[in-house]
Design a protein around this ligand. Sequence first.
Ligand code: NAD
Length: 501
Amino acid sequence: MGGMATTAPGTRALPDTSHFRRQAFIDGAFADAASGATFACVSPVSGETLFDVAACDGADVDRAVAVARRTFEAGTWSRLAPRERRTVLLRLAELIERDRDRLALMITLDMGKPISGAQGEVDGAAAYFRYFAEAVDKVYGEVGPTGPSAFTFVTREAIGVVGLVVPWNYPILMPTWKLAPALATGNSIVLKPAEQSPIVPLALAELAAEAGVPDGVFNVLPGFGETAGQALGRHMDVDKLAFTGSSEVGKLFLVYAGESNMKSVQLECGGKSPNVVFDDVPDVDLAVAQAAEGIFGNSGQVCSAGSRLLLQESIADEVLEKLAAEAGKWQPGDPLDPATRMGSMVDETQMDRVLGYIGTGASEGAELRAGGARAREESGGFYVEPTIFAGARNDMRIAQEEIFGPVVTAIPFRSEADGVRIANDTVYGLSSAVWTRDINKAHRFARSIRAGTVCVNCYDWGDNSLPFGGYKQSGIGRDKSLHALENYTQLKTTYINVLEG
Ligand code: NAD
């Protein structure tokens, strides 16, 4: 197995990775896949193969689910008092913070985001575990208003064995959005990370064990979607499947559930979110800076990216000129350099897909205002320039399809009604924003937009205390906030007939 530092042309030597975990984590121990199969972990920073990772399949899923079921039934975690799970998860948050730099390095090497962004993501994961650890011993059940001849109560019970299938764009935060509430409420977990970013979830499992999560409660199976992911989705003994990823694959999980045991399915899927700038925008420079951040941040590999920039005609030229200048500040750099704002794409496939869409935009007749090409090719890695298309129509493919790259499609509009109509005219409904100094217009927009989030005079702001998720084909259900506790519990009604003495 690899791990030796090597020098790629045009970049620094990659740090030593020999201590990174690369096997599956089942029942509290690292193990090879039952088949012995592996796949290459390639760093998009330089295109080098770091090492091989266990490629789990149905046999490993069977084993991990059986272990998860056994531990759930045994009650070593599921029947602890909530305050005891709280103590363990608070410790986990501390361990994540202790190992911040090590975890951030794994993220950057595995999927190419700048090290500063990776550190922020790790901080976010620690804060999120803390939020649910703190919450879980502060929620109450209900007593039913059923009258004097009965005592009735409604409790929330852990669902049981929960399967998690997640994407690569936030390799520690996406699993954590589901893990923290699922663990806090006492479930046992089988996580399948994305094949592009399996490393940090394995480290997280090891930290969870160190924090005191009992063996078998949190299992991690690296592997491919069609094998390990599908096996989890179709498993007869998985009670709930929570997924984050593309809408296309999300729909498959509904099929898997329907064709197996009718497990509960929660989906956080894609987006083509509108960022709508009216000509009474209160601060055009702020709007431009956030439009850039909203599509170039994480190389545009963000479900809620502001990939459609709707500009009221009278202000379109000014915004586009400023945005092109702003794009200059987002040129891809070495992801290991703390000053870098934009790193690589996750892999060569994603880079090629994004470059393909850039070709499509040009052939559809949109005007390329900035970027459009591969960058830092000499590094061996997979980088794309921040790219702006102007003068697009909303029926173009670059306005309708999720590119998942640093490519913004700017579309002009005339009236408020036009802006709302175009904003809603996709199959997605994840996020949205409106920029205006007119409070009535902002409220009208907020209530007309069919999206899970609407921001006013900011883009893609949120908080752990606020739900996040999509309307339409952006998903079913919400992550984050106290509502996420409902995702991993089910209601039980107990009815006691109070007999007369
Ligand atoms: P993806 O759908 O290709 O993969 C997501 C996960 O599903 C991976 O673990 C993958 O291995 C697995 N998978 C793939 N094919 C499968 C199959 N046939 N059966 C079972 N599992 C399968 O998505 P991606 O490319 O990893 O991530 C990008 C997508 O994720 C984008 O669409 C993005 O918008 C979405 N996303 C959504 C949110 C949200 O909260 N709404 C957050 C982040 C990313």
